[in-house]
Design a protein around this ligand. Structure first.
Ligand code: PMP
Length: 425
């Protein structure tokens, strides 16, 4: 009898039978408030009727066309629709299936276009698990250990992690940019550096928003040195942070934008976007794959973009993100094990620390498990696993945010009691 790999580590005990909006229903009929959204994917909620209908109609018309063989309308329509929401000038797209593949495509494009080899990433980065993307990932040893040698030509510079450094955001930003200049003068000389790859909010690395001045500092250095600024919006796109794209909290325009997750509400689809002149520098035949730009996924993506627009999901994320942040701060006031509450829009997190300010993954795990028991599904993240994050679908309403906050407050009480009981035994 076949079985799933024992390496599969399921964050919650739920066997999901059905999803509707912000809720998942398990095999026993129990309802769970899903603040994981399939790791930031189902922004339009589970099984949004317009997405379901678009996909259903496409399945009966053309499932797969393969864009290097024949073109199909859902892909052409999606290109047009994305043109309305992409930053000015990033008007040329290439489609793949997953975030990791889009990251790989951006590495190839950056190397081809600049003739330089090195990619600079930032501490706490997560860009995926394929070999190139894993080489760009520094958010924890589990993503890198025992699989090397990884792709060479990667340099790492600090990300402004104000809370962990015990600094304010300006100090952390100054430090990170100074260290980046040092990297460019030493381990990754400018003449060898093709690109900076950066997340507007560190995702798996702990939900740490990049200070706007940091992203602007990267843009300035990229311009000065002929380096490409590649922004990985896999987790931060489609309104998640309260702006359409996460980088729009800063006054920058990327050279390459990587997108996936929320693009098609759960159908596998990703893309890179760049100006035509830059995209044209990719080596012919070097990009792509069999399923990239699948017709059903493209139809679902089109419906997703319409729902985001028609239901004002970007604004909803900004307004309800502020409500969630405020509620999390109130809850944290009674729980000293929560050292920091932070996030942008509906991408919020609590970082757990010991009384000495060290990462406390055990406390985060207890809170996460207690929340799941009460019917609130969450995820952990952070290089030390000590951050609990909340990423509800963007269709969430105020009363569901308040329900989640009430469950979270109770869960923190349960977790503190469990922690005390563990210490006593
Ligand atoms: N980049 C970022 C910022 C991500 O958050 C992720 C997934 N968590 C990826 C890339 C990789 O995407 P995928 O899992 O679809 O390969």
């Amino acid at each position: 009898m076949a079985q799933l790999s024992p390496l599969l580590k399921q964050a919650t005990p739920v066997l999901a039978e059905r999803g509707e909006g912000v809720y998942l229903y398990d095999a026993g009929g129990r309802r769970h408030l899903d603040f994981t959204a399939g790791i930031g994917v189902t922004n339009t909620g589970h099984c949004h009727p317009r997405v379901v209908e678009a996909a259903r109609a496409q399945v009966g018309t053309l499932i797969h066309g393969q864009y290097t063989t024949v073109m199909h309308r859902p892909l052409l329509r999606l290109v047009e629709a994305l043109g309305d929401v992409l930053p000015d000038g990033l008007d040329t797209l290439f489609f793949l299936n997953s975030g990791s593949e889009a990251v790989e495509a951006s590495i190839r494009l950056a190397r081809h276009a600049t003739g330089r080899q090195n990619i600079v990433v930032f501490h706490g980065s997560f860009h995926g698990r394929t070999m190139g993307a894993a080489a760009l990932t520094t958010a924890g040893t589990k993503f890198r250990a025992a699989i090397g040698p990884l792709m060479p030509g990667v340099a790492v510079a600090p990300f402004p992690q104000a809370y962990r450094y015990g600094w304010d955001e300006d100090e952390a930003t100054r430090f990170a940019l100074r260290e980046l200049d040092y990297v460019l003068a030493t381990s990754s000389p400018v003449s060898d550096t093709a690109a900076f790859v950066v997340e507007p909010v560190l995702g798996e690395g702990g939900y740490i928003p990049a200070p706007p001045a940091f992203l602007e500092g990267l843009r300035e250095r990229a311009d000065r040195h002929g380096i490409l600024l590649v922004v990985d919006e896999v987790q931060t796109g489609y309104g998640r942070t309260g702006r359409f794209w996460g980088h729009q909290h800063a006054a920058i325009r990327p050279d390459v934008l990587i997108t996936a997750k929320g693009l098609a509400s759960g159908f596998p689809l990703s893309a890179i976007a760049a100006p035509a002149a830059l995209m044209g520098k990719a080596w012919p035949g070097s990009q792509g794959g069999t399923y990239g730009g699948n017709a059903v996924a493209c139809a679902a993506a089109l419906a997703t973009l319409e729902v985001i627009r028609d239901e004002n999901l970007v604004e909803n994320a900004a307004v309800l993100g502020a409500r969630l942040n405020e509620g999390l701060r109130k809850a944290a006031a009674d729980h000293p094990e929560i050292g920091d509450v932070r996030g942008l829009g509906l991408m919020q997190a609590c970082e757990f620390s010991t009384p000495d300010g060290e990462p406390d993954p055990a406390a985060a795990q207890r809170a996460h498990a207690a929340a799941a028991e009460r019917g609130l599904l969450l995820l952990t993240c952070g290089a030390f696993g000590n951050v609990v994050r909340m990423i509800p679908p963007l269709v969430v309403d105020a009363s569901q945010i308040d329900d989640a906050l009430a469950l979270w407050s109770d869960a923190l009480g349960d977790a503190a009691a469990h922690g005390a009981a563990e210490r006593d035994t």
